[in-house]
Design a protein around this ligand. Structure first.
Ligand code: ADP
Length: 321
């Protein structure tokens, strides 16, 4: 009997998840596996809900954002009995390998499941937050950066025309990877990220220095994890003579057609994932490390915090003069 690969997409959706589903299915089939896709994240493993995936059924999805398998955040999975139930589902369906496409939370779930199940877990990092240890880049990050940059370029037009300061809040959950890269790419005057706490007085001072240099408009890119941007905008409005506006980019950053870069990463990560499966190397995640696709122990990627290169913030500061 052909061995079975299960696929699950979990946590926040990211553009390129579909490209990864497609690539695991097609390469898996070519290597002699049958492939099934659990629906709605870990919930699919709790309710035994899945569909058979074939090279034909994953046609026409490489360019689609989101995930055809649907996803959700599934607190029940973390509750008592959740992981055991998921392990039972894998066992009754003879799933030998489970490919988990998601972020660090999903990988922590996979790690818990690996302790209860004989199926080998393989993680493929996909999140717009880029906050997964063991990979320089996650599937979806490049798309989200480009989406945010496109929106902020438009906001910049209004900022310049009206000589206003815009605080633009971008996603990233508790980390600043997205804000930092977006900030550099839009030429932000200030970038606010959780990894570099700043108080309001410092931010106001920076904007006042900019005003003295003749900059009458400005973009402040703030990570959602930095703090309450609405409050920051109100306080800045009170303390400065500038007109301050807040724009929260929100969910538009999560969707959309994946960029070529996100599709390529998804395809290459999937190829590596199936390769590890063929070598029976389980409980691993795949990632990009210094330009090469590599395997990382699941335990490491699930438990470690990815470092953020604060030198990039210095570069951004030099560019904002
Ligand atoms: P992401 O995978 O994008 O980081 P989440 O952090 O929301 O998204 O995690 C996705 C799902 O993984 C959660 O809804 C939960 O079911 C599961 N999960 C998260 N953290 C853990 C954990 N520590 N142990 C077990 N399962 C977890």
């Amino acid at each position: 009997m052909a061995k079975t690969i299960g696929i699950v997409t979990s946590g926040g959706d990211a553009p390129g998840m579909n490209a990864a589903i497609r690539a695991v299915t097609r390469i898996g089939h070519a290597k002699g596996f049958q492939v099934i896709g659990f629906e709605r994240g870990w919930d699919g493993l709790l309710t035994n809900t899945f569909k058979k995936l074939t090279p034909r059924s994953v046609g026409g999805i490489i360019q689609l954002g989101g995930t055809i398998l649907h996803t959700l955040r599934c607190p029940v999975f973390e509750e008592e009995g959740g992981v055991e139930k998921a392990a039972e589902t894998l066992s009754i369906n003879n799933v030998d390998n489970l490919v988990v496409i998601g972020g660090d939370g999903s990988f922590r779930g996979a790690l818990d499941l690996s302790r209860e199940s004989d199926a080998l877990m393989i993680g493929i990092p996909a999140t717009i937050d880029n906050d997964v240890y063991g990979t320089d880049e996650t599937i979806g990050f490049d798309t989200a950066v480009n989406t945010a940059v496109g929106s902020i370029d438009k906001i910049r037009d209004t900022a310049i025309s009206h000589e206003r300061i815009f605080i633009v809040e971008v996603m990233g959950r508790k980390r600043g990877f997205l804000a930092l890269e977006v900030g550099i790419c839009v030429g932000a005057e200030v970038i606010l990220i959780p990894e570099n706490p700043m108080n309001l007085a410092d931010i106001v001072k920076l904007m006042e220095e900019n005003a003295k240099k003749g900059k009458r408009a400005g973009i402040i890119v703030a990570a959602e994890g930095f703090g309450n941007t609405s409050k920051i905008a109100q306080e800045m409005q009170r303390q400065t003579e500038s007109e301050i506006r807040l724009s929260i980019l929100g969910y538009a950053q999560r969707g959309g057609s994946p960029t070529a870069r996100s599709r390529l990463l998804a395809s290459l990560f999937a190829e590596k994932a199936v390769d590890l499966i063929c070598q029976e190397q389980g409980n691993m995640t795949v990632g990009l490390q210094n330009g090469a696709i590599a395997g990382v122990e699941l335990e490491k990627s699930a438990k470690n915090r990815k470092p953020l290169d604060l030198r990039l913030l210095k570069v951004a500061e030099m560019l904002a003069t």
